[in-house]
Design a binder for this molecule. Sequence first.
Ligand code: ADP
Ligand code: MG
Length: 242
Amino acid sequence: MSFIKYEAINKKYQNKYALKDINIDIDRYEFVTIIGQSGSGKTTFLKMANFLIKPTSGKIFIDGDDITSIDEIKLRRNVGYAIQGNVLFPHLTIGENISYVYDLSHKDKKTSRQIAKKWLDIIDLDQSYIDKYPNQLSGGQQQRVGIARSLADEPKIVLMDEPFGAVDAITRSSLQDEIIKLHKDLKLTILFVTHDIKEAFKLATKVLIINEGKIEQYDSPENIQKSPNSKYVKELLEQYYE
Ligand code: ADP
Ligand code: MG
């Protein structure tokens, strides 16, 4: 049985389809990168997995359960979410940012702090950062904290929408290595939107190529390279080999 299933999903805004007839089965522990042009439906696809966007028609299942039947708070706890850019709460310390999701459902300050400390280690930030504020950190450091925040309550599924879009190339490369390691170590299932084909192929166990609201191809990076199944995918690969 697939872990995340989209069944006959359509999403319409006014008279235009953002997603059309999406059917996909995603296995547990996959690292799925979602690639496509701006406006192709990547974010819409992603946000449906935690019901931030509701389909016009069709159903989504997580671990066999129709997500409309899962308690919304439970869904949010099981599905972490990280977005690009200025994601931290400026008035909360780094420690409070990291334990934010945990703190929503727990009142235990001591454990919160332990969680924050553990995650500072994982993301390679000195423990002294725990009581600092986001504006005292570099963009790359803030992005690391954003990732820690999306993972600290140990969600089974992590949604990431161009999380490394706002950082320089070197920081980006080290964040990519970090997320590959976290995916393995924490046994996560990740859906990761990017418009960078090189990033998509570096990170993925499976690449999902979306074009104008439809799935062009969903397969391992190797299989896509071996047998691209459309002109669109071939052209995308040319960018990869550039
Ligand atoms: P991507 O993330 O690939 O850039 P999106 O999923 O954000 O694309 O958007 C897909 C399409 O849906 C685009 O044409 C976009 O303009 C449209 N769209 C997205 N959100 C809305 C909205 N709230 N209202 C109307 N149209 C929208
Ligand atoms: Mg988007």
